[in-house]
Design a protein around this ligand. Structure first.
Ligand code: ZN
Length: 318
């Protein structure tokens, strides 16, 4: 088998939104502002700052409006937020957020039980959000959660995913993320689905979003890169987990992902040391250890030690 990885990827740090949304102790507004400015400084091209959803449902991101007002928005960095409806677009417009993301579950039974409509019908209702976003000059993207399986349906047929993608395209959204919130994706499946979707919809600007629930996050990203996908979400210190999914674990860890990509010669534009420092800071704030391998073991390059005295070539000292 020959490796056929992409040369360069674009990553989105989702820690400030997906990462902290199931934490009991989480960063306050000022800490979020500091973290987000530091993430931009470390070279992240896209940052998911928070969400404009019900503060009762997700208290961890209730202050997203305030965070947006206080961060220093760097040019060339996209600061996005998750929304659930047109109210979210209004909140985005009011605080200077220029990119929003909608989500629908690919699980037909889950969607029917919660919203009493199919995923395509849910997406059709997003047309109002698209109109409002266009009028306010706000970019809009969509995601499909449970794209690789759900606790209610096991596998999701590719035809269901295609119907949802077409529904998104019909309302004018062509930036779409396939999300594995349930942590059910595995590499060969990811490769097959991504290859198929890329072929069927070459006009779509694709993202992939994996959780490390069953330890397959990084392998799934390798599979995605083999299929030519170049945009991935990850979370500082590996925090995260959907509160509705049994046994859910964090997102793919940013430090582990950047480390793997750099060792493989894949460009990210991200400073790994800066992200490791941010990861440590996050662990301190939330008050417990996380699944980050890098924060535990350090970088591969850290192992390359100096030879004992006398054996080393001594030609640098004069
Ligand atoms: Zn997620």
């Amino acid at each position: 088998m020959s490796f056929n990885l992409v040369k360069k990827v674009r990553l989105c740090e989702v820690g400030p939104r997906d990462g902290i949304q199931s934490e009991k102790v989480y960063p306050n507004t000022l800490q979020k502002v500091e973290l987000i400015n530091a993430i931009a400084d470390a070279g992240f091209p896209v940052i998911e700052v928070g969400s404009f959803v019900s503060p009762k449902a997700v208290p961890q991101t209730a202050d997203t409006d305030e965070v947006f007002k206080r961060i220093i928005q760097k040019e060339n960095v996209e600061y996005r937020a998750l929304i659930a409806n047109a109210k979210g677009v209004d909140r985005a417009a009011a605080c200077g957020c220029k990119k929003v993301k909608l989500n629908v579950s690919a699980s037909v039974s889950h969607n029917l039980a919660n919203l009493n409509c199919t995923p395509e019908e849910s997406v059709a209702k997003f047309a109002e959000c698209v109109d409002k976003a266009n009028a306010a000059n706000i970019g809009i993207s969509g995601s499909i959660s449970m794209a690789f399986g759900s606790p209610w349906d096991r596998d999701i047929p590719v035809s269901v995913l295609k119907n949802i993608v077409e529904a998104y395209l019909n309302v004018g959204i062509d930036e779409i993320s396939l999300s594995d919130a349930s942590g059910m994706a595995y590499p060969t499946q990811v490769y097959e689905i991504c290859t198929e979707m890329k072929k069927a919809y070459p006009q779509v600007n694709w993202w992939l979003h994996f959780h490390n629930t069953r330890g397959l996050g990084l392998s799934n990203i390798i599979a995605g890169m083999q299929a030519g996908f170049t945009q991935y979400d990850s979370s500082f210190a590996g925090v995260g987990g959907c509160p509705f999914v049994p046994g859910a674990a964090g997102n793919v860890t940013t430090e582990d992902l950047v480390h793997m990509l750099h060792e493989c010669g894949v460009e990210t534009g991200i400073d790994l040391d800066k992200m490791m420092a941010i990861g440590r800071q996050v662990v301190e704030i939330i008050g417990h250890k996380t699944d980050s391998f890098l924060l535990r073991a350090g970088k591969r390059s850290d192992l390359i030690r100096e030879l004992p005295k006398g054996q080393a070539k001594n030609n640098t000292q004069k």
